[in-house]
Design a binder for this molecule. Sequence first.
Ligand code: ADP
Length: 535
Amino acid sequence: MTNTESAPGPTRKSSARTATTKAADPSSIQVRNPGTGEIVGTVPDETADSVAAKVRELRLYQPEWEEIGPEGRKVLLLKFQDWLFDNTDRLATILQSETGKARVDALIDPSFSADVIGYYARRAGEFLADEHPTPHSPLAKVKRLSTVYRPYPVVGVITPWNFPMAMPVMDAFPALAAGAAVLLKPSEVTPLSALELAAGWAEIGAPPVFSVATGAGATGAAVIDNVDYVQFTGSTATGRKIAVACAERMIPYSLELGGKDPAIVLADADIDRAAHGITFGGMFNSGQVCLSVERVYVEAPVYDEFVAKLTANVKALRQGLDGRVPKYDVGALANENQTAIVQRHVDEAIAAGAKALTGGKRAGFGTAFEPTVLVDVDHTMSCITEETFGPTLPVIKVADEAEAIRLANDSIYGLSASVWTGDKERGARIARQLDVGAVNINDVFANLFSYALPMGGWRLSGVGARWGGAEGVRKYCRQQAITTPILPPAQKELFWQPYSVPKILLAVAAMRAAGARGIRRLDLPAVLKLRGGNK
Ligand code: ADP
């Protein structure tokens, strides 16, 4: 079912220009509601100079932000969390206006954001506490060892358009909790929610350690030229360019890139649950989730039953543009490029012999595309080999578990996967054979709501990971090693010049005794040298 209502959301500085993205004024970018085509805002297309100036300002305030420590930062981060709760309805409306999402999908962003902030605000103190590892050998016990986590001063966060608020928050706020200052470069397609975040940060009276630079790829490149660490989420093609740019500057980076996540449905699965879960996994946010289910492999004995139930579920989805009152399950796609990719994948599949059991065409408003189930697809089709990032679920029949695993692993990507089975042990065993960064058994996206787990892609799906408990803030820190003497200071250490050969040989023998095994511990040549050696 497809329907549209008047587009929600504020029209900020809207103008009558008809350009798709770049406004006639070269220094600004128009933002459109992709469900209606209406212009909903205009933002600056920031230059390299403007980005450099923002980073200079962040560098001024960052030391104090680091200095107040995790407990000081917690107060402000939780205040910001309150601001999110107080403004959820308004923020969801703005977010809906720049994405064409269904209201329920739009409401998820602010609440999810608040949850991530709460987790890192409350735990950063524990995660960033100095560590005092045990010395590796008795000889090293003369020192107290400390590992200290000190933030990269300015972290650049570059985000895509699928979750205009949650994506920035997922990465920017752990970095803030770590004590870094953050410059966020949101997608030029959906910059309005990010600007709201910056406005909220100022409104709660937090120091100016979080700012936003709007613009397209050139603005993103300028961010990389100025910051000390880059966290990027987006396409694999852009991720590769970012890795090269970071390598030129010798700065670290973490990339979350494309995916083509498989779902494996085994004959012993609860087919009703699998059909509902995979419908959600493929259609949530119109399929524009990095972890979306994009390929389904079903064991032959349950194939017909699964396909019938999946098709019925997908057909029943209500699609449209709702206002403030949630009415629909699926909205529009974020932009026209995305719709063109989805249409091409579907058209190419059908031309090569696939069938659309439901959907298969544009939904009749804005960029929206109908939720689609494809069957009779094979592993050469673009709907299986390329990331679609839209509301399509291609389904393939497999003979057995081994074929499902082989086909699931036959991809350039490796973000996540799901396994549907009545036997949890079997699911866990299969998970260990899949070349992906996360596996959900009898569920989708569950890892996304578990900040204690790392979320990272394998293969061309990424480098590094976000979250993972303590790692989620430590990644934004440089590790510093500090040694402090335990023994009272002597005038001169054993190894210091001028050398006393017998003493040095004794020390070397002791080092060897501590580190080696068996007879090699004795270091006989050294002992012999010691006997006949000079003093
Ligand atoms: P999409 O084309 O689907 O929007 P991208 O991966 O190209 O996905 O974009 C994700 C983010 O990366 C956006 O914020 C975009 O402006 C930014 N970006 C694009 N090109 C570059 C680049 N060369 N350097 C830095 N950021 C870039």
